[in-house]
Write a protein that binds this ligand. Structure first.
Ligand code: PLP
Length: 378
């Protein structure tokens, strides 16, 4: 008999989600608008603080797409993007016909490297093109070096699109991730820290930009009794059913962050005495990660075994783990674009592993994980 699967990160309901969904059915708000959409946006605005305005959308990818539209990115404009990320950070650059330029990470937060970023800006300026936006990502929930990146962005007057899809609840100097960019985005996909089954949001500190986002996300209808359009629109609004799930999830978000952080502590404790394994951790007290996924890096020269060996050992026990994101500049679809930096992200991809991190993991799951570790590292 095979043991039940232990997932990397799976949906974890709090209990009240179905109540909000039932309300939507009872009142026939089965549409991409309604009380749950407004309620979910209010919950997120309260949680994020810092005068944020939130537009709930159908996905994080849609939010990045609309973010680029709002930043007025046009065909053949250059957009700088962190290379070490999920492809959804970069794909929307192509949706608007712009040209991605990829930048390596720094080893502390694994996010966009300030030095390589400035090299990229100067390199593009030398070619006669000024980058129109910077997409920076808080990968695995770890805040990027906000001050350093913001200083460079301001120096060259380039807006930041903050991809906070993995970092809801993470903070930098006490301020919530998602609120640092000229535009921020969140994701509520099934594997994220909270889920609406599928969904996302655009975060802005401007009421007007929120209204413009909702306008664009609902087919850009002008104010007229007939259907009148002066702009290209999109169908990107979140469904009132999904938003109901989101409202229930917001009630347990802090709890989920606590569980994820406890999983991270569990790995820190175990690997403290294992030579050749480092657990990805907060570099200093000013950053607080939701630890969406716990990650390790293996030194094969010390261990005599690789991250892939460990992945296979876990898989044999029906435990999911996964290599770190493959950098965009190494992806067949993006390899022809400019890249600035060294081999930080490439090294992480080759030697790293994401471990089971869900907020719904229980002691018996942890025991099964430990049993594999003890055999593998023992
Ligand atoms: C999940 C994710 C997205 C995309 O969000 P979806 O809601 O799945 O479209 C974008 N960027 C990063 C870094 C992500 O992890």
């Amino acid at each position: 008999m095979t043991k039940p699967k232990i997932w990397l990160s799976s949906p974890h309901m709090g209990g009240n989600e179905q109540q909000f969904v039932n309300e939507a059915f009872d009142t026939n708000w089965v549409a991409p608008l309604g009380p749950n959409v407004t309620g979910f946006e209010n919950d997120l605005e309260t949680f994020l603080g810092n005068t944020s305005h939130v537009a709930a959308l159908s996905s994080g990818t849609a939010a990045i797409h609309l973010g680029l539209v709002l930043l007025d990115i046009k065909p053949n404009d250059v957009v700088i993007c962190q290379s070490f990320t999920f492809s959804a950070s970069a794909n929307p650059i192509r949706y608007v016909g712009a040209i991605p330029v990829f930048v390596d990470s720094e080893p502390e937060t694994w996010n966009i490297c300030p030095i390589a970023l400035e090299e990229a800006i100067l390199g593009q300026l030398k070619k006669g093109t000024k980058p129109k936006a910077i997409i920076a990502v808080h990968l695995y929930g770890m805040p990027f070096k906000v001050n350093e990146i913001r200083t460079i962005a301001n120096k060259y007057q380039i807006p930041i699109l903050e991809d906070s899809a993995e970092a809801l609840g993470s903070t930098y100097n006490g301020q919530k991730c998602g609120t640092f960019g000229d535009i921020g985005i969140l994701s509520f996909n099934g594997n994220k820290i909270i889920t609406t089954s599928g969904g996302g949001a655009l975060v802005t500190n401007s009421k007007e930009i929120k209204e413009k986002t909702v306008f664009l996300a609902t087919q850009a209808r002008d104010n007229a009794p007939h259907y009148q359009h002066s702009e290209i629109g999109y169908n990107y609004r979140l469904s009132n059913i999904s938003a109901g799930i989101g409202r229930g999830q917001m009630q347990v978000l802090e709890q989920h962050i606590g569980y994820r952080r406890a999983m991270h502590q569990f790995y820190l404790d175990y690997f403290e005495t294992i030579e050749g394994v480092s657990v990805f951790h907060e570099p200093n007290d000013s950053v607080y990660s939701n630890h969406w996924l716990s990650c390790i890096v293996l030194d094969a020269t010390v261990l005599g075994k690789t991250a892939e060996d460990l992945r296979l050992a876990l898989e044999a026990e029906n435990i999911e783990s996964r290599p770190l994101w493959k950098p965009m500049h190494l992806q067949p679809v993006f390899e022809k674009y400019d890249y600035y930096g060294g081999t930080v992200s490439e090294h992480l991809f080759k030697n790293g592993l994401c471990l089971p991190s869900g907020s719904n993991l229980v002691n018996s799951d942890r025991e099964r994980i430990l049993a594999v570790f003890n055999r593998f590292f023992g």
